[in-house]
Design a protein around this ligand. Sequence first.
Ligand SMILES: Nc1ncnc2c1ncn2[C@@H]1O[C@H](COP(=O)(O)OP(=O)(O)OP(=O)(O)O)[C@@H](O)[C@H]1O
Ligand SMILES: [Mg+2]
Length: 252
Amino acid sequence: MATIISIINYKGGTGKTTTTLNFGAALAKKRKKVLLLDFDSQCNLSLSTGVKNSEKHLGHVLAKKATIEDVIIKQDLYSIVPSTQELIDYEFAINNEPGREFIAKEFLEPIQDLYDYILIDCPPSLGTLSINSLVAADYFIVPMQPENFAFIGLDHLIGATMKVKNRMNPKLELAGILFVKFAYRTKFAQAILANILSDDNLKDKLFESYIRQDISVMESPAFHKNIFEYAPHSRGAKDFKNFANEFIKIYG
Ligand SMILES: Nc1ncnc2c1ncn2[C@@H]1O[C@H](COP(=O)(O)OP(=O)(O)OP(=O)(O)O)[C@@H](O)[C@H]1O
Ligand SMILES: [Mg+2]
């Protein structure tokens, strides 16, 4: 049965898509069966894997015009449920549906035994699709860039996930906070680190591994490649491999 992981942050540009793609690739390289879902109408994850304007996509599954099996695209390393910009219209359309928070949980159920990990790339908001990802998930990972205002929204995000856990998904757990674009030696990074370590709720939830700033990580999506395909010897490849090892060691 697949472990379902929501990659989520209330803020934009924190590394959600980068983490979904490259953590997914790192797991797949360990011979795990991986499915990546694009829950964002910016469709950066789909584009990063070379899937543009797919004829069948997540929106059709939300609208029950297709099953999840119909829209899965198999690639060498992993499979993808793509999105297009139309996703925003499909999300809008389910906003008044009773039980709308459970739609993803429902459509993922029949395929759970086909994968080891299902990773969901969330949009930078706590709208219906992000809540759907949390209702379906076993864990959520919060990628964070150590920059000014990194903490803004974090309390709100954790508060919202607690409500989802209490009301709709008791098994949901914060797997951890992952620092992305982290420059360990800078005073600023150290200050952010100290801030997290002084928070009783979060101090045990920081992954030891972190992803360093790496130009290859930034470039690879433009070439429709994950970091292991684009620059297998880069810092980014090493860091995502270490992170996948740490994740598997803690959560299996
Ligand atoms: N380790 C890294 N080194 C260099 N650049 C990085 C790294 N991680 C992410 N980036 C870059 O930071 C930017 C934001 O990353 P990404 O798109 O993954 O964030 P996001 O949280 O998915 O954004 P959004 O909220 O818009 O969906 C991208 O340009 C990405 O290439
Ligand atoms: Mg993104």
